[in-house]
Design a protein around this ligand. Sequence first.
Ligand SMILES: [Zn+2]
Ligand SMILES: [Zn+2]
Length: 130
Amino acid sequence: MALDNKNIFVNGFTFCLDHGDELCTRCCCDHRMDNNVRIEKELGDVEELFEHEVEVRQPINAYAHGAVAALSTESAYECETHKAVDCLKCFNWVKIIKQEAEDAEEHGRWLGKRASLKDFLTPDVVVADG
Ligand SMILES: [Zn+2]
Ligand SMILES: [Zn+2]
């Protein structure tokens, strides 16, 4: 809490103002947990898919999805494409995360194979968390 970081809010999700990142190493912030909670219901079965990994999913960058400060209200963000505040098409985080979950699942299967093999060789391996 040493830094006075500013955040932006795009369609319910929190990102750092300077970089538009959910997870920002420069701002030392990680909003993924907060953001996950916001879409918990919508995620539903996907959360199962992720298991604990929903907490370590790929961070989203709001600016990469075209978020720009809305002219009408300074605190809101709109998309570049439709000029719509909290655009459900461009800032469809649930869809983005679900897509990632599907990809992760495929990848995860392969990783799972490796992990079990690794487990077999080194049972004391602890997955470090940041
Ligand atoms: Zn940042
Ligand atoms: Zn849009």
